[in-house]
Each structure stands twice: as C-alpha cells, then as structure tokens.
Design a protein around this ligand. Structure first.
Ligand code: ZN
Length: 347
C-alpha cells in the first residue's frame, strides 16, 4: 500500500482536522486558521514550497495545492497526450505557482464549485468544460449562487467571496460534456463518469493507460460526504458511493487532502470510512428525534458540523443536509410528522 499525502501535515487529530476542512468547505478558509492551514487573506508566503510540490504518474502530473490540497486549495491534474493536453480542476494551488500555468488545450472541471475553478481564469482563451448538469453554474454569478442555494445575507457575502477569493469568472460560452464522453489526447484518454450527489453534475475522471481515477470531491476525508447545497442530493451521493466501490484502478486521486492512493484495498478502506459518516449522521439524528423537533431545532443541534464550529454557512448546510435525511426517513416510515413542522422518530 502506498498512501501519498494520506494525512494533513497539521498537528490536529485526523477527525478534528477533517472537520476543519469541512468548515472551510463552506466558509472559504478562515476555519483553517485553527489548524494553521489557511492561506486566505495572508498570501501564500510560508507555504509556497508546499504549493510547488508535484508528482508524476505517467501522463498525469498532480500539482499539489497548498498543504496538499487542503481547502480552499486543491490538487490540480495536468494530463498530457501526444496531441493534446488538459488541465483538470485548476485550483488556488495552480494560482500560487505564478501567472504562467502549464500550457494545455482545454480546461476540464469535475464540477462547478468555487475551489475547482479558482485557477481557471489563468486560461481565459481556452475552452472550459463542465458536465452538462453543472454547466449553468459557470454562466453567471446568480446561477452559481442558485447552485449553492444559500439564503440572504449569506448569498451576498458568498457572492463577493467567490469573486474576490476564488476568482469566479462567468463563462456563458463554457461547453458541456456528458457521462461516458472520452477525451482522446493521443495515446491517453480521459473518460467522464457521472458521479452526482455532491453536485448534480459531479464527475469522476478515468485516465488511461495511467490507471488513475480522479474522484474529485468524493475526497475520502474524515468529514465525510458533503451534500449541503441546493444542488446536492443524498440518495444520489449514496448511489455514487456504491458505484465508486466497484471502480478498479491502480491510482485513486482526490482534489483535497488525501492526494493519491495506490491500490484498491486501501482505497476501499478509506471509501467505506468516508461513506459511514452518512449513517452516523442519520443515527445521531434519529436519536435526537426521540422527541418531536422542528427543523430549526435540528439545525441548531447540528449533525454535520460540531456545535462549537464557527462557520458562516453552517446553518444553511445543516438545514439542507438534515432536510434530505428527514425526507428519506419519512419516506421509509422511520420518521413521522405528528404536527406540521415537527418530526419525531417512529417507534
Ligand atoms: Zn465541491
């Protein structure tokens, strides 16, 4: 087993570190100050060496982001074939390398989230590609905000942040790709595998003959799956996780934090731990619903973030995530609504 960058380099226990990463997933980095990982608002100064780390896997160069791709950064892939090259998910880690990014022909995005297009502005003249289901998000700032679905005043604050800190650039001319589409770079292929749940259009990318599957934000972190946006779906995420478990590859790469894992056994072990977070959240929710509770009470109690986490978006993410759990628990007869707006565990 080779687990490359399998852990963050901060001094925190893995679970705590993972929770901080997730906070920042919603907030934009300030939570990482707590573990010393944030570069936001402080430039890239002391961590520039980390940002410059890279690793070659045949036709794939993994450009590790700040602190091995900790949010708000991420790991960008450059894939070079005989005829063409692709950049996959240009991150803040790419930006940190300077204004001259590696030369490529197209920019491919696994999904439309701020940290995955934060470096795409470095390629203003190239085609930008997104899965067809996520394509609307890059067309305008309003459409991107609809993807997140945060209510005011968070929506306005987040609008400013994705522009100022993640370099959002609307691209009404961005083009769509579909699941199963294969980009032939000349002796090297990149195949899109639709893997929704995190967002509607989230995709894995299989790169051959390297034998690498890029898992994007199925990031195998201790925080677990993130399905807190309007365009997230819990049932889709679970189907994606089941599909992911069947994927055979030599290397499994993530955008954040884990980096590249070699071999299926260590991959499945991490994937199972990642997936188990969903059942754990649901178990804790059901225990809390021993008495009738409103969604506001559930949000305040917290099942995704820790009660002490100071995260701008925590309530919105808790509300969306809990609503998804309650909807399916109600559908399965495990939760009932004794009066409008109150939910209780079915005995
Ligand atoms: Zn994402």
């Amino acid at each position: 087993m080779v687990a490359l960058w399998a852990t963050c380099q901060c001094a925190l226990p893995a679970a705590e570190c993972g929770a901080l990463r997730s906070e920042a997933e919603a907030l934009g980095g300030s939570a990482l100050d707590a573990c010393g990982g944030s570069s936001r608002g402080r430039g890239y100064d002391a961590r520039v060496n980390d940002a410059h780390e890279e690793q070659q896997f045949g036709a794939v160069t993994v450009l590790y982001g700040d602190r091995r791709g900790r949010y708000p950064s991420g790991n960008t892939l450059i894939v070079r074939g005989r005829d063409q090259s692709l950049a996959i998910d240009p991150s803040l880690g790419l930006v940190a390398r300077g204004p001259q990014p590696p030369r490529v022909d197209r920019v491919l995005h696994s999904h439309c989230h701020e940290d995955h297009f934060a470096g795409s502005f470095l390629y203003p003249d190239l085609p930008w590609l997104f899965h067809e289901a996520d394509l609307p998000g890059i067309r305008s700032l309003d459409a991107l905000m609809d993807l997140y679905g945060y209510a005011e005043p968070i929506r306005s604050a987040w609008s400013k942040a994705v522009v100022a800190q993640f370099n959002f650039t609307p691209r009404p001319d961005a083009t769509a790709y579909r699941s199963g589409e294969v980009f032939d770079l000349g002796g090297v292929t990149v195949e899109a595998i639709h893997a929704p749940g995190h967002t509607r259009g989230h995709c894995f990318l299989r790169i051959e003959p390297v034998g690498m599957v890029y898992l994007a934000d199925v990031d195998l972190s201790s925080f677990g799956p993130y399905y807190g946006d309007a365009w997230s779906d819990l049932d889709d995420f679970e189907r994606t996780l089941a599909m992911a478990r069947e994927i055979d590859a030599r290397y499994y790469a993530t955008f954040h934090h884990i980096g590249v894992i070699e071999g299926k056994a260590p991959y499945v072990e991490r994937l199972d731990r990642f997936a188990a977070v969903i059942a754990d959240r649901e178990r804790r929710l059901l225990a809390y619903l021993a008495e009738p509770r409103t969604l506001d009470e559930i949000v305040a109690h917290r099942f995704v973030y820790r009660p002490q986490d100071q995260v701008m978006f925590a309530d919105a993410v808790e509300r969306r995530s809990s609503a998804l759990h309650i909807a399916r628990l109600a559908r399965d007869g495990r939760v009932r609504e004794p009066e409008p707006g109150r939910y209780v565990r079915a005995q």
